[in-house]
Structure formats: C-alpha cells, structure tokens
Design a protein around this ligand. Structure first.
Ligand SMILES: Cc1ncc(CN)c(N)n1
Length: 222
C-alpha cells in the first residue's frame, strides 16, 4: 500500500500528540501563558524562521524539477512573506524591536532544531529535507485547528494570544500546509518500507525538536 503523510504521524503518534497538545499551546489557547514565556518564544521563533527560510532555499537548490522548485518556493514564500512579516509586526506589538531581534543569541533548542534540519537536508535528498521540514509547516496549521476545536480556547480580545492563533488559521498558512501535504503524499507513495523507516526517524526527531522548542519557551531556557 502506498505511504501517505498520515502514516508518518501515525508512526510517531505519541510524539506528534505531545507536540500538538503541548502545555505551551494549551496556555496560548486559554490565554493563561505568562507574557515573558511568550516573548521569549517569539524572539527565538524569529531566529528559527530565518534558518527555516534557508532550509527552504536549500530545498530549492536540491529541486530537480520545476514542480519541486515551485513547492520549495511556496515554503520559502510562506515563511518570508507571510510568517516573518507578521512576526515582526507582532513582535513590535509585544514591545520587541527589529533591532533587538537582529542581535539576539540563539537558544540551544533553536540551534539544535534548525541545524538538525539543515544537516538532514545537506546529507539526504529532497524528500529527507521536506520530511524534516514538515512538522513545522503542518504542525502549526494543525495546532491552530486543534485549538479552535478545544472548549477551553478563548478567542477574541480577551485572549492576548488570539492574533497568534489567527495567523496559523489564515487561508495563506492553511493553503501552504495543504500544498506541503500534497507534495509529500505524491513522493511518499513511491517509497519502500525500508525508506519509510528512515523517513520516520527524521520525522520523529524533528517532532521531538518541536517539543523541545515549546519547552524552551515555557521554561525560558537559553
Ligand atoms: C518552532 C516553529 N515551528 C513551526 C513554525 C511554523 N512555521 C514556527 N513558526 N516555529
């Protein structure tokens, strides 16, 4: 039977659930997250997004066909034109200037995750790289949808984190997430069980690094 993206999630169910339903996410949803934790996360996420934009540029470099190149461009555009732009204005609203962002040191969780993805992409092929990128692109879209279906989630002005949820439930982000899933489904359909095992390891590692990123925000780790 051809593999699908859902099979990767299924193979890493415990890690995927721990990522999507993390304490940081729950507290964002009900508005109880400490502002310092959110600001720490926001700053590190700016650094994270710059490295992830580089990883999509690597995907463009590794693309053998026009359709692969277009998919890499979509990912790069979603980060640079949608997420980073919104992120900078969102940081400003939270009292974090662009100058401060430009001079931040990277936390260990940021270093570990971003360099893992770049290294996986350098050593492996285009599919390894997209699988390593997928918890980022697919996970946040899924988190926004999970929060929206959760009774404890507060939407609107009474939740200071409402704009964050809105960013990831936006059509632009949800469309980019669906395009990534479609691209992966087409490629995963052809892989052998042994190759799927290898890719599962990459997906699990990247998902665990997403969990560490939430932990870093929650505990203000550097
Ligand atoms: C750590 C992290 N992971 C995923 C995303 C969503 N692109 C993000 N902004 N930051």
């Amino acid at each position: 039977m051809p593999y699908q993206f859902e099979d990767l999630k299924h193979a890493c169910q415990a890690e995927w659930q721990a990522y999507i339903e993390h304490g940081f996410v729950r507290q964002l949803g009900d508005g109880s997250l400490a502002p310092e934790a959110f600001q720490h996360y926001l700053k590190q996420d700016y650094l994270f997004l710059i490295q992830f934009a580089r990883a999509y540029a690597l995907a463009a470099y590794k693309s053998p066909t026009l359709s692969d190149l277009r998919q890499a461009k979509e990912g790069l555009q979603a980060i640079v034109d949608v997420e980073l732009d919104l992120h900078i204005s969102y940081c400003n609203a939270w009292g974090i200037s662009e100058e401060e962002l430009a001079n931040l040191p990277e936390a260990r969780a940021t270093l570990a995750y971003t360099r893992y993805v770049l290294d996986t992409g350098n050593r492996g092929d285009l599919l390894d790289l997209h699988v390593a990128l997928s918890p980022c692109m697919v996970g946040y879209g899924e988190i926004a949808n999970w929060l929206n279906n959760r009774a404890q989630t507060i939407r609107g002005d009474s939740n200071p984190y409402d704009a964050w949820i809105a960013m990831y439930e936006s059509d632009e982000f949800q469309d980019a997430m669906q395009a990534e899933i479609r691209w992966l489904n087409e490629r995963l359909g052809d892989v052998s069980p042994t190759r799927f095992e290898q890719l599962t390891r990459v997906f699990r590692d990247a998902t665990r690094l997403e969990i560490d990123f939430w932990d870093m925000g929650l505990h203000l780790s550097d």
